[in-house]
Design a protein around this ligand. Structure first.
Ligand code: NAD
Length: 272
C-alpha cells in the first residue's frame, strides 16, 4: 500500500520506526525489517542511530531507490544555517547522498526558529539532498505560519496518533491542505495492545491486537510507522497489510478516541 504525496512523491504506507533502538541494535533491526518487506524506515538525528540504520542500508541487496528513508532535524539544530549543516551531518551518518523525506522534528517554542528551519528544508530540497520535505508535531497554527511565510506546503505532518488520540481536527486541516497524516506511536507505545475492544476485534479475525490497530490506520489513509525490535513482532506488524476490517469494526475503533488519550508531549509547550 502506498500514498501519493502532493509533490508527486510515493511513500510506502507502512514504515518501520526506530526510536529507542540503540545504534548498535539498529543495523540488525532494520535488516530484519527490510528482509520482512518493509521499504520505509523512520529515523531521526536525536535517535542517535542513523549510523546503525545506514549500515543496514549499505549491506542490503536492495537498490537505494527501493527504500524510503526519513530522518529529522533536531530542535537544537533549528535555524537556517544550522539546519543545512544538520542535514549534511545526518546524510554522512546514514552514508546516503539523499534522504527521501526530511522533517522538522518539533516546532520547538524555545528556539522559535521553525520558519527559518522550514526555509532551510526548501533549500535542501533544491540542492537535491532531500527529496521531499515535511514536518512533525506541528499544529494548525504552526502549519499556517510556514505556509504563509514560504508558500511551500509540507507533504506530511508526523504526529502522535492512535485509537485513543485520533487528531480529528488536525486531520481535517491536513485534508484541506493536501497534507498527508503520518502516525507516530501508532500502537500507543504498545499500551493499546491490551485494550478490550481491540482484543475482541482481533479474536474475531484471528489477528493480533497490533495487527488490528495498524490495519485501522492503513485503512483510513494514515501512514503508520510502528516500532519493534523483536523479529516476530516486526513480521506480525507487517502482516497487517494482508487483511481488512469491516466498516463496523473500523467504527468501533473510531469510538475509542479520548479527550485525555495523548501520551507524548504537547507541541505547544514541548521545550526540549
Ligand atoms: P509504537 O506505538 O510503535 O509502539 C512501540 C512499542 O509497542 C514497542 O516498543 C513494543 O513495546 C510494542 N509493540 C510493537 N509491536 C508489537 C506487537 N506486535 N505486539 C505487542 N507489542 C508490540 O510506539 P513508538 O515507538 O513510540 O512510535 C513508533 C515510531 O514513531 C518511532 O519508532 C519513531 O520512528 C516515531 N516517533 C516519532 C516521534 C516524533 O516526535 N516525530 C515521536 C515518537 C515516535
Amino acid at each position: 500500500m502506498q500514498i501519493h504525496l502532493h509533490d508527486g512523491t510515493i511513500i510506502p504506507q507502512l514504515g518501520f520506526g526506530v526510536w529507542q533502538i540503540s545504534n548498535s541494535d539498529a543495523e540488525a533491526a532494520v535488516t530484519t525489517a527490510l528482509k520482512t518487506g518493509y521499504r520505509h524506515i523512520d529515523t531521526a538525528a536525536i535517535y542517535e542511530n542513523e549510523a546503525g540504520v545506514g549500515q543496514a542500508l549499505k549491506k542490503t541487496h536492495l537498490a537505494r531507490s527501493e527504500v524510503f528513508v526519513t530522518t529529522k532535524l533536531w530542535n537544537s539544530d533549528q535555524g537556517y544555517d544550522s539546519a543545512i549543516k544538520a542535514c549534511e551531518h545526518s546524510l554522512m551518518k546514514l552514508g546516503l547522498d539523499y534522504v527521501d523525506l526530511y522533517l522538522v522534528h518539533w516546532p520547538a517554542p524555545k528556539q522559535n526558529q521553525y520558519i527559518e528551519s522550514w526555509q532551510a528544508l526548501i533549500e535542501l530540497q533544491k540542492r537535491g539532498l532531500v527529496k521531499a520535505i515535511g514536518v512533525s508535531n506541528f499544529n494548525a497554527e504552526h502549519l499556517d505560519a510556514i505556509i504563509k511565510a514560504t508558500n511551500h506546503v509540507p507533504v506530511l505532518n508526523q504526529v502522535e496518533l492512535h485509537p485513543e488520540f485520533q487528531q480529528r481536527e488536525l486531520r481535517q486541516y491536513h485534508k484541506q491542505h493536501a497534507i498527508a497524516t503520518q502516525a507516530w506511536s501508532p500502537l500507543g507505545q504498545g499500551q493499546l495492545i491490551t485494550h478490550p475492544v481491540i482484543n475482541q476485534i482481533a479474536l474475531k479475525y484471528g489477528k493480533t491486537p497490533a495487527q488490528v490497530i495498524i490495519r485501522w490506520h492503513l485503512q483510513q489513509g494514515i501512514i503508520a510507522i510502528p516500532k519493534s525490535q523483536t523479529p516476530s513482532r516486526i513480521k506480525e506488524n507487517y502482516d497487517a497489510l494482508l487483511f481488512g476490517l469491516s466498516p463496523e469494526d473500523m467504527q468501533a475503533i473510531n469510538e475509542l478516541d479520548k479527550a485525555d488519550g495523548k501520551i507524548g508531549p504537547d507541541p505547544l509547550t514541548a521545550d526540549f
